[in-house]
Design a protein. Structure first.
Length: 299
């Protein structure tokens, strides 16, 4: 065998492994940054009603920046497997979570102009929301078109890749048309919708990771450990999302026990989901530290 060729291949593989490794670590780092930002904002501004309310706090830049960092990292993990395609879809939804804040009640944020009768997004934030939304839609469309052109030029177009691109285009166009045709509805629901899709997809990915745990690991014992961890993450995030949607629905319905709860229920649910998201990426970083044996081409 050609020793030089073998050494070159090894260097290439090592560089690829390190890239994937550090991208995953970057996701964990971004979550840690967000957590620290939330803690500091709580100390400076007082208790937050939700993690998403960090948008309105002194940690606004940390909130938006960390979520965009996660989105870019997810794109960097892009590939042909179904899980990697789902990561791309998460990357499309993540910026919407960052730039469209949740509704807040009157008095929840100092200086807010929301009426006593209904939660809202203070009008001072609307220009930046619309600028960011418009920019995201334009870049999203350009990104999908670029991916389509590159796939065709490289001769890699297959029904699976075409379907994946169509799914990405559908997400971008749906959010764009929603913002354009029903702006009030978009402001009220885009954050919750994008977050639900984002965490719903990580649940699916965690389930896939649990299913293939034995194939990836070198020992049955290792496979059992990772399958247990991924199953716990998938179950925990699914329950957290269900809990959050229930709390939001009961809050909008005016259920007094939820509205006046001494415990910030939304904050608790979001912290659990965010923590489990970090656990997933920490687990996968450790499991795949030496390579990407699970990656398969969809073509």
């Amino acid at each position: 065998m050609d020793g030089g060729r073998g050494m070159g291949m090894r260097l290439h593989n090592t560089a690829t492994e390190r890239t994937y490794r550090y991208v995953r670590l970057s996701i964990v780092g971004a979550v840690v940054l967000l957590g620290v930002g939330i803690a500091v904002a709580t100390w400076v501004d007082g208790p937050l009603g939700s993690v998403s309310a960090t948008y309105y706090s002194s940690a606004h830049d940390v909130f938006v920046g960390s979520i965009f960092a996660i989105a870019i990292s997810l794109v960097a993990l892009s590939g042909d497997s179904l899980e990697q395609v789902l990561l791309d879809y998460m990357a499309i939804c993540a910026p919407v979570i960052a730039v469209v804040p949740p509704l807040i009640a009157a008095g929840e944020v100092p200086g807010s102009t929301c009426p006593e009768t209904a939660p809202c997004i203070p009008s001072v934030f609307l220009p930046q929301i619309w600028t960011a939304t418009t920019s995201l839609v334009i870049v999203g469309v350009l990104g999908v078109l670029l991916a389509l052109v590159l796939t065709v030029v490289q001769g890699r177009m297959t029904p699976a890749r075409g379907l994946a691109l169509a799914g990405a285009a559908a997400i971008v166009v749906t959010f764009g048309l929603w913002a354009w045709l029903a702006p009030a509805s978009y402001l009220a629901g885009a954050h919750v919708t994008a977050a639900s899709i984002f965490f719903g997809l990580i649940v699916v990915i965690a389930v896939f990771s649990a299913i293939r745990a034995y194939r990836v690991c070198r020992t049955p014992r290792g496979g059992t450990v990772y399958r247990t961890l991924y199953t716990a993450v998938a179950t925990g995030i699914a329950l957290a999302v269900l809990f959050l949607l229930t709390v939001i629905a009961l809050t909008l319905a005016g259920v007094e026990a939820v509205v006046n709860s001494p415990v910030p229920l939304v904050f608790v649910g979001e912290v659990v989901a965010l923590g489990l998201f970090a656990v997933f990426w920490t687990t996968q970083t450790i499991q795949l530290w030496d390579g990407e044996p699970e990656r398969s081409d969809a073509g």
